[in-house]
Design a protein around this ligand. Sequence first.
Ligand code: SAH
Ligand code: SF4
Length: 387
Amino acid sequence: MTSVNADINQAVEPQQEKVNLLGLSAEKLVEFFAALGEKPFRATQLLKWIHQLGVDDFEQMTNLSKALRQKLKEKAEIRAPEVVSRHDSADGTRKWIIRVTGGSCIETVFIPEKDRGTLCVSSQVGCSLDCSFCATGKQGFNRDLTAAEIIGQVWIAAKSFDSLGVGAERVVSNVVMMGMGEPLLNFDNVVDAMSLMLHDCAYGLSKRRVTLSTSGVVPALDRLGDVSDVSLAISLHAPNDRLRDELVPINRKYPIAMLLDSARRYLDKMPDTHRKITVEYTLMDQVNDRDEHARELAKLLKDIPCKINLIPFNPFAQSDYRRVTNTALQRFRDILHREGYTVTVRTTRGDDIAAACGQLAGTVNDKTRRSERYQRQAEETPIRFVS
Ligand code: SAH
Ligand code: SF4
């Protein structure tokens, strides 16, 4: 993890930017207060004020002395990114469009279910990995989100449900890093933000309720197991390298066998022997939804402790892929069931507010110029289906 000292030193120079305490992990807050000559318990106090009580004004922090509050006002701030708009779906799904420094917008989605409320959090502005079926990928890439912008999404959501405060009911019970971006390509900031999700003095979620989803950045996944023990989801989408190379281009660098080995190593580092990874498989009509794909997948995963999450493809404007048919979906699921796998099917939520998986596109000031290229391509040639 990077040190906060540089930020603190900057902050004590005149006219330097203030340190945004929202994104500082517990360790970094301790460092911050040490640099001010304050004891570590100040970090605990601040964590509680910010993340448990939703307070962003130092004046309200009544257990800090007037002098300390004054010092904090001079050197620091608690600044969440700006909410541009909020959209509530008929099914209870809620989506926020959030503007981050630089002008681009990201999206965050809350999905209520009977026994939990899951927040789908973005980690980057756009994504550089360009999976062929993903709206975020087609938007191109602008930059990594800061830790404050990542945890800020949880803060904004929890505040909007009035679930921060003494004795408030916890509405956001689960977080999935499945919004825009590849979380393992923004490693330090994602790890810091997830540490706040788990910290008892911040959001206090259990490691089973925080899930990182990756398309397979193997070296970073190997590092993750050394610093975090959150739940892991792997975006597989194909049972062989030939097909996965087409759908998930990073597979050409880190093919399936390498990815599954790395996922197994991740589980091996966990003290709890019963943990499983989630294998995500987005199903597209006539692309990766045939019986032989299901059988090949069953064979591929036989030594991996996992459950399989089937995601019917969600269409979006720049894509010619089609959603799997209900018949093919059922056959696919039944084949995996018969082979002994636990299989869940992700139901589409928030369709009326474009909040479903893979539809999150925000407004990315694309630095790769990919979005322009796609627009041109889409006008000139239909996207090829892979079989
Ligand atoms: N970059 C990470 C996390 C964000 S994507 C990853 O790829 O895992 C979150 C999930 O949504 C992934 O499993 C992704 O493959 C899936 N997804 C992307 N586009 C989709 C689409 N159009 N329909 C359904 N699922 C999609
Ligand atoms: Fe990026 Fe994930 Fe979309 Fe692939 S599926 S382009 S890794 S956000």
